[in-house]
Write a protein that binds this ligand. Structure first.
Ligand code: FES
Length: 148
């Protein structure tokens, strides 16, 4: 059985994750599941003047999910909503000096959680942004913004 090698940055974020928890009085909370492994992610965020003022996460995910989401929260804090929408899993993986190929799907959990939280942020403001819903959840939300 081969051993998975992680970068120093992945190990550092896994052993000392940033921004763990739930943002008080969040403007958007995104909860998603990973269709590959069944793990879960919750991301909550607070927006002030169009910028992500605070962001936190909780996960039932693996070391890669914890490390990628920890890194994602550091990248996202202080960014505008538009900048946050355009962050990709590839940006986060590069910031961690890479992930083993079998673990790349774990970084999708972080991005899907962020996009779902942004979707909820817009939905609270009566703005429907189906483009922010993770693909595997689209069928549950495509009918209307009120659909829960
Ligand atoms: S194995 Fe499930 S998130 Fe990594």
């Amino acid at each position: 059985m081969s051993r998975i090698e992680y970068s120093k940055k992945v190990m550092e974020h896994f052993t000392n994750p940033r921004n763990v928890g739930t943002v008080d009085d969040a403007d958007g909370i995104g909860t998603v599941g990973n269709p590959v492994c069944g793990d879960m992610m919750e991301i909550s965020l607070k927006v002030e003047d169009g910028r992500i003022e605070d962001i936190k996460f909780r996960t039932f995910g693996c070391a890669s999910a914890i490390a990628t989401t920890s890194m994602l929260t550091e990248i996202i804090k202080g960014k505008t909503i538009e900048e946050a929408e355009n962050i990709s899993w590839d940006d986060v993986v590069k910031s961690l000096d890479g992930l083993p190929p079998v673990k790349v799907h774990c970084s999708h959990l972080a991005i899907d959680g962020l996009r779902k939280a942004l979707y909820e942020y817009y939905r609270k403001r009566q703005i429907y942004r189906p483009d922010l819903i993770p693909k595997d959840e689209e069928s549950h939300h495509e009918s209307s913004p009120e659909c829960e």
